[in-house]
Design a protein around this ligand. Structure first.
Ligand code: HEM
Length: 527
């Protein structure tokens, strides 16, 4: 019944312009969410306006919204009305247990409050030497592989190892092994496989909330192990592997804490990693303390959220720098002046030094603006809401639409890509990668747009209660990796065509390749 009511009340939203439906059964779902959706999304999400009607299954519709006023209303006035869709949080909970992206409503607010303090810049500053060491390992491994003056290397696996190892050491106080090792650990492989596997299961995810209401969890877990469905069984194996490793790491840490003294200090993170801080904080929390399962869920989901997002952003930056040799040379010059020019090395740099290199910062900001890891962020209206539009849009019938009347249960995607590339805000060159735009004053239209955001007026890390908790860590890892890479190497495009496709996050692959792993061959020579 709620869905019939939704359909009736959605009639005004049908007037919002958007792409055509491919069929009544599928709407535009395949083109919008399938593995090869990137060109369609780049076109659709940036061209229809600040509210887009996206036809979905069985004649239903979703909205994609990039109007800053409407988004502000979602994040503030209606902050309790909008949340992650249940199919999304249920998938995360079934695979990883309770973590930030698998809990909703009040439970989410409680967990977020407990986690927020450990993500403060205070702890991040202490992580910089760790990131610096891992970045040094990354350049050493790449130097070993650069055997000819110009060597083509698929760097994506090394960038993935860099982010996994950085966050492993800094957040969990554990190491996943050498960056040069060929195949990583079971745990790192399981995390990597999650994205491509979830894309295969995506069409069936809306059934999960119903399944969870209808059958006991133990039955569903048993079923995932016996059903002859490779993607589902694979997901079960991923879940088991991630759970058991997280459990081992956590139990070991608890032991260390119990023994006190300097046993934690001898660990990889020297007891300063986020999990150790969280455990110590938790011991003082009394009845509000998190359970072991909560901690395991957080640990697994943090790693998942932290690794591919950041490594693909580093890959994008290297791709655009390879395509723009002048920008690459300018960045190298800035880094040379800050190191050789002052008698220091990157290992001497602290958090502020890395943040205050203007061209490096411009490259980072422009890359995450143009190429956000997520194009869309999902949320669902739990009740009827009215979203005001800062800029009215013209309906398909020619009438002006000044607000969106959104009935309960409608999916509203935050249109990250649309807002980051909005020409009215960023100017007519919004679709071009131009780090220079960040060096001077940004156009007044950026400030005037009042974009709700956590970083640099972009929607890349969204905003509001579900904004990215780790954005500062991601930016710090990016700055450090790019500084080491560009100082050590020159990058040029490979002859192979790179296709960016959806595999959890937007990831690179070689045109025609059938591999599920990210691939990014680039020509490297020593700088
Ligand atoms: C460039 C790198 C990153 C990007 C672009 C990014 C982007 C995002 C976005 C868009 C969301 C909103 C949820 C969604 O739409 O699915 C999110 C949530 C989240 N991110 Fe990130 N992220 C990055 C790196 C990180 C890192 C390094 C961490 C942890 C160390 C992290 C932890 C999280 C967590 C835990 C959430 C869930 C927050 C919640 O539901 O309260 N992310 N991220």
């Amino acid at each position: 019944f709620p869905h019939v009511r939704k359909r009736i009340k959605q009639s005004t939203l049908r007037n919002v312009p958007g792409p055509a439906s491919e069929s009544f059964w599928a709407g535009a779902t395949r083109r919008m969410h399938g593995p090869f959706c990137v060109p369609f999304r780049e076109q659709t999400l940036t061209s229809y306006g600040r509210a887009i009607n996206i036809p979905t299954r069985l004649g239903d519709l979703d909205l994609a919204v990039s109007d800053p006023v409407a988004l502000s209303a979602m994040f503030t006035t209606y902050r309790e009305a909008y949340d992650l869709p249940r199919w999304n949080s249920d998938t995360m909970r079934s695979v990883f247990g309770p973590g930030l992206t698998s809990v909703r409503g009040k439970e989410h607010i409680r967990h977020r409050k407990q986690l927020n303090p450990v993500f403060s810049v205070r702890y991040l500053r202490e992580m910089v030497p760790t990131f610096n060491r891992v970045a040094q390992e990354l350049t050493s491994v790449l130097k070993e592989k650069t055997t000819a003056p110009r060597t083509e290397i698929d760097v994506s696996q090394y960038f993935s190892r860099y982010t996994l190892e950085s966050v492993g050491r800094a957040a969990l106080g554990t190491s996943f092994g050498s960056l040069g090792a060929e195949d990583g650990t079971d745990y790192s492989r399981a995390l990597k496989e999650f994205g491509p596997t979830i894309v295969k299961l995506h069409p069936w995810r809306p059934l999960l909330p119903w399944l969870r209401r209808t059958f006991p969890l133990s039955f569903l877990q048993w079923a995932t192990g016996v059903l002859p469905w490779p993607a589902l069984r694979h997901m079960r194996a991923i879940s088991d592997s991630v759970y058991s490793t997280s459990q081992q790491v956590l139990r070991r840490k608890k032991e260390m804490l119990k023994h006190g003294g300097d046993s934690l200090a001898r660990e990889v993170g020297e007891g300063k990693d986020l999990m150790s801080v969280l455990l110590q904080q938790n011991m003082l929390s009394g009845p509000d303390a998190m359970s072991e399962d909560d901690m395991i869920g957080h640990m697994s989901l943090l790693l998942l959220a932290a690794t591919d997002t950041t490594s693909t952003s580093i890959t994008r930056a290297i791709e655009v720098l390879a395509q723009h040799p002048q920008a690459q040379a300018k960045l190298r010059q800035e880094l040379l002046e800050a190191t050789a020019g002052t008698g220091r090395t990157l290992a001497d740099f602290d958090y502020d030094t890395f943040t205050n290199l203007p061209y490096l910062e411009a490259v980072v900001r422009e890359t995450i603006r143009m190429y956000p890891s997520f194009h869309l962020s999902p949320s669902v209206a739990e009740q009827d809401t009215v979203l005001p539009l800062g800029t009215p849009i013209q309906g398909t019938d020619g009438r002006t639409i000044t607000e969106l009347v959104v009935p309960a249960h409608t999916m509203v995607w935050v249109n990250i890509l649309g807002l980051n590339r909005d020409k009215e805000i960023w100017g007519p060159d919004a679709h071009e990668w131009k780090p220079e735009r960040w060096l001077g004053q940004l156009p007044a239209s950026v400030a005037d747009a009042h974009i709700p955001n956590v970083f640099a007026n972009t929607m890349t890390f969204v905003a509001g209660p579900r904004s990215c908790i780790g954005y500062n860590m991601a930016l710090t890892e990016m700055r450090i990796a790019l500084a080491h890479l560009v100082l050590a190497f020159e990058f040029a495009p490979s002859d192979k065509e790179i296709i960016w496709r959806l595999g959890g996050v937007v990831s690179p692959s070689v045109k025609g390749s059938t591999s599920r792993k990210p691939e990014f061959p680039v020509v490297i020579s020593r700088a």
